[in-house]
Design a protein around this ligand. Structure first.
Ligand code: ADP
Ligand code: MG
Length: 248
């Protein structure tokens, strides 16, 4: 067993209670550097709430979330982003009126001047980075298109790009392929495999085929607790999982 410091993310005893209902219940979860972890589980299992807790959107009732040794439960949302945690919500939050280029550009991390004004840089560094990310997310031919005209799948990719341009060490995606066509799903799997270099990814997913395609390890959540964990083969054949999840 690795020492705690070897994990990128170490969650221990994490609990959140909404009016007495424990949506996440004494959860322990460790994520390695460069790992793709897929979290599956029935509706209401607490999957989205776990991401809300990690990114600081929801405050834990009890427990600890350490990211590279830093305690995230004591930090605010924007501090957690700055520390290197990026999170994509289920519905894409992009700027529909801006072009693909502008959406990526606006997400580029900028320094601040001593007076607190944001320094606006459309220099070659930013342009190169936007182009690099656009190619990765299959939108390099559409940089001047207003985001409103993108397909649902392309909007999802754009939002992944907007996170990638910030170069997070931990990237969290909540049902990234929901509503995508089969070919978009395949491309998203390829995209995730490309972008994990130098970072870890937590993906919540219902699509078992997709999960199997990308996961290094799978965690099955049920009633706010880990029901089963391991490689997909092991998890799929775990009688507890078959009973509560796959059997339905
Ligand atoms: P999943 O993503 O696995 O489908 P969620 O994490 O969204 O599940 O929800 C887990 C449970 O917690 C659900 O029963 C949900 O209704 C409840 N829940 C989530 N967020 C809140 C909240 N802010 N207030 C009250 N209940 C919540
Ligand atoms: Mg959810």
């Amino acid at each position: 067993m690795a020492a705690e410091n070897d994990f990128l993310l170490a969650i221990e005893g994490l609990t959140v209670s909404f009016d007495g209902f424990r949506a996440v219940d004494d959860l322990t979860l460790y994520i390695d550097p460069n790992e793709i972890r897929v979290i599956i589980g029935p509706n209401g299992a607490g999957k989205t709430t776990v991401l809300d807790l990690i990114c600081g959107k929801t405050k834990a009732t009890e427990g600890s979330i350490k990211f590279k040794g830093q305690e995230l439960t004591a930090m605010r949302e924007h501090e957690i982003v700055t520390a290197g945690v990026g999170r994509k919500f289920q519905t894409p939050s992009i700027y529909e009126d801006l072009t693909v280029f502008e959406n990526l550009e606006i997400s580029y991390p900028r320094g601040r001047t001593v007076f607190g004004a944001i320094m606006f840089r459309r220099d070659q560094v930013v342009i190169d980075r936007v182009n690099e990310i656009a190619e990765m997310i299959f939108l390099d031919g559409l940089l001047d298109l207003r985001a409103a005209f993108l397909s649902h799948g392309q909007k999802q990719w754009l939002e992944i790009g907007m996170l990638l341009i910030q170069d997070p060490e931990l990237l969290m995606l909540d049902e990234p392929v929901a509503g995508m066509s089969v070919s978009e799903r395949q491309k998203t799997a390829d995209l995730l495999k490309k972008i994990i270099k130098g970072r870890s990814v937590i993906v919540i997913e219902h699509d078992m085929k997709f999960a199997e395609d990308i996961a290094h390890r799978v965690t099955v959540l049920h009633q706010g607790k880990v029901l089963s964990e391991g490689d997909m083969e092991r998890v799929k054949n775990d009688p507890k999982v078959v009973e509560v999840y796959l059997g339905h």
